[in-house]
Design a protein around this ligand. Structure first.
Ligand code: PMP
Length: 394
């Protein structure tokens, strides 16, 4: 009989040449437990998803309660589904006034697609500007604005009218013009290995968008919901997006994304054509119930206030001559090593020693640290001791 691992490789489509192959039986808080009972302290949170930890009891309870009431009823936007209504209302209390209308999606990529369509409809323009080393999803519209040629080249033709500028480069902003429908950016670039832009750059970007009539789409799939030490990373810069994207942690561990804008702008999707974006499962009631429960944990337990201090503790403990540099915003952190090979050796040793981490899509020489935000100081100390030992044992 084939093992689950063998069946995984045989019947579950593979896109990775070297998957981690951990077989997890249970996950709770900041720990994963494999089928041999070995525990792993999770430093990546399912890639910035499990902000309140794995299977938080309040999230599990919300899922159970909602599943018992109803699951899928009808395609998006027809029925008044209480979990959607409550989550949208609660979320909007934390957003600028102009962001008062939430379109729930299944994923981050779908949020990007919806936002791009909305921007075309709102401006009558077709050109999209994004940034080198940016990631906004793997569907073809989102891929068109991705800032990495290697991952795009075999899938052309993509959208024709796109341009990638240098992130955090003032000069390039002049290329945003009256032909630009929207500029899409991550307020901290994740997959480039955590790149934090300057406040001046973000202000200049906002200004250039205002002057040219281009919309600003801020993609907070990774940075949103407290990851960087504020509810939304755009708050660090004192700017407001025209369209905000959420995903990942937004569903509390269930699949959920959103593009959020003003009611007036969003109304354009009801006209010419009607049903301007259609989704069957977007805003699934169980996902919205889970997301809202996680959101309430974050806000009621004031978890976001602890994020920066925890990030600083990581930074203090992760000092080593072989760590070339550290990039960090809150609990979104990258350690740069000399090469991918060195990074991979350290990561493998960490996993062996029960600490789970990985690297970044566009920065394989960087180690990712993005744990559940509920990680304790003692757990941070344990994790850092394992990482430092792994480096020493090279
Ligand atoms: N935007 C950003 C910034 C992301 O990091 C991701 C996922 N890594 C996405 C969009 C796409 O999200 P999803 O994988 O849910 O489609």
């Amino acid at each position: 009989m084939l093992t689950n691992r063998q069946l995984f490789l045989r019947h579950v489509a593979q896109t990775n040449v070297a998957p981690l192959m951990l077989e997890i039986e249970k996950a709770e808080g900041v720990y994963l437990y494999d089928t041999n009972g070995k525990s792993y302290l999770d430093l990546i949170a399912g890639i910035a998803v499990s902000n309140v930890g794995h299977s938080h009891p309040k999230v599990v309870e919300a899922v159970k309660q909602q599943a018992e009431k109803y699951m899928h009823l009808m395609v998006y936007g027809e029925f008044v589904e209480t979990p959607q209504v409550k989550y949208a209302e609660r979320l909007c209390q934390f957003l600028p006034k102009a962001l008062d209308n939430v379109y729930f999606t299944n994923s981050g990529a779908e949020a990007t697609e919806g936002a791009m369509k909305l921007a075309k409809r709102a401006t009558g323009r077709t050109k999209f500007v994004s940034f080198k080393q940016s990631y906004h999803g793997s569907t073809q519209g989102a891929l068109s604005v991705m800032g990495n040629e290697y991952f795009k080249q075999q899938f052309r033709p993509l959208l024709p009218d796109t341009l990638q500028l240098r992130y955090n480069n003032m000069e390039d902003l002049a290329q945003i013009s009256c032909r630009t429908a929207a500029v899409i950016l991550e307020p901290v670039q994740a997959e480039s290995g955590v790149t934090v832009p300057s406040v001046d750059f973000m202000h200049a970007l906002r200004k250039q968008c205002d002057e040219t009539g281009a919309l600003l789409i801020v993609d907070e799939a990774q940075t949103g919901l407290g990851r960087t030490g504020k509810m939304f990373a755009f708050e660090h810069y004192g700017i407001e997006p025209d369209i905000l994207l959420l995903a990942k942690a937004f569903g509390g561990g269930m699949p959920l994304g959103a593009f959020i804008s003003s009611s007036d702008r969003m109304k354009l999707l009801t006209d010419n054509p009607v049903l301007g974006h259609i989704t069957t499962f977007g805003g699934h009631p169980v996902c919205c119930a889970a997301g809202l429960a996680a959101f309430n944990v974050l806000t009621e337990e004031n978890r976001i206030a602890e994020v920066e201090r925890k990030g600083q503790l990581f930074e203090k403990l992760l000092v080593h001559p072989k760590i070339n540099s550290v990039q960090r915003k809150g609990l979104m952190m990258a350690l740069t090593f000399e090469s991918f090979e060195m990074n991979k050796m350290i990561i493998d040793k960490c996993i062996e020693q029960g600490v789970l981490t990985d690297w970044f899509l566009f920065a394989p020489q960087c180690m990712r640290i993005a744990p559940p935000l509920i990680i304790t100081e003692a757990q941070i100390e344990t994790a850092c001791a394992v990482i430092v030992k792994a480096i020493n044992d090279l």
